[in-house]
Design a protein around this ligand. Structure first.
Ligand SMILES: CC(C)(COP(=O)(O)OP(=O)(O)OC[C@H]1O[C@@H](n2cnc3c(N)ncnc32)[C@H](O)[C@@H]1OP(=O)(O)O)[C@@H](O)C(=O)NCCC(=O)NCCS
Length: 186
């Protein structure tokens, strides 16, 4: 029987009392985030308000000290015949570059593909990355996302429409079931 390596992180939805932890993590990580994503230390209340059928956010939490490893937005959730969403993500210091964010992303992908009510019941996930963002390109590839194409002027970031490389993954390509990863954290 194969044994699953112990997870260093778990994921859960954001809560109002995360505000301070979130602000501090974003401020601490500003230099690391600035080139690629908006830096909004006060953005949690708005993010909480926007949670709904089209957007679900997950916080990646370090199990050992309950610190905030990162945040993953499952955005542009479309149901019907598409059942697709886009993943947006940030990791925070001091956990960035320790492999924890990759673990958290795997847990989020598990949740996305798992059937409801535990999971989101999605079939396809997209990741869009600026061509120069090597750490994020590495993340998409590490997770097994397929390169689908190039989307010129796709997203408005840092005052300009930025080109993106588009990656995608469908449920058929994701072998790991939800149960194996995160039994106790719900
Ligand atoms: C993109 C981003 C989320 C990647 O997160 P990260 O913190 O690098 O994620 P991880 O820590 O899981 O990265 C794995 C790295 O840690 C290394 N690592 C160190 N210890 C490790 C361990 N025990 N297990 C696995 N990997 C480990 C890996 O080798 C890998 O480095 P490499 O890519 O040089 O090979 C992060 O760089 C970020 O927030 N960037 C700014 C915002 C951004 O670009 N968001 C995405 C927009 S599309």
């Amino acid at each position: 029987m194969s044994t699953m390596p112990a997870m260093r992180v778990y994921v859960r939805p954001p809560r109002p009392d995360d505000e301070r932890m979130y602000s501090e993590a974003v401020v601490r990580s500003a230099d690391h985030l600035t080139p690629w994503n908006p830096v909004e230390p006060d953005g949690l209340p708005d993010l909480l308000r926007r949670q709904g059928p089209g957007l679900r956010t997950f916080m990646v939490i370090n199990s050992e000290d309950e610190g905030l490893v990162g945040k993953v937005n499952v955005a542009n959730i479309v149901r019907a015949r598409f059942r697709s969403a886009s993943l947006g993500y940030d990791s925070y210091l001091p956990y960035a570059g320790t492999g924890r964010m990759s673990e958290g992303m795997r847990l989020v992908v598990d949740r996305c593909f798992a059937p409801g009510p535990e999971g989101l019941g999605l079939h396809r996930l997209e990741i869009n990355v600026q061509p120069e963002n090597h750490r994020s390109l590495a993340m998409a590839k590490r997770l097994g996302f397929r390169h689908e194409g190039f989307s010129p002027r796709m997203l408005f970031i840092n005052s300009a429409w930025r080109d993106h490389e588009r990656f995608a993954l469908t449920a058929e390509e994701w072998p790991t079931p939800l149960e194996g990863r995160q039994a106790q954290h719900g």
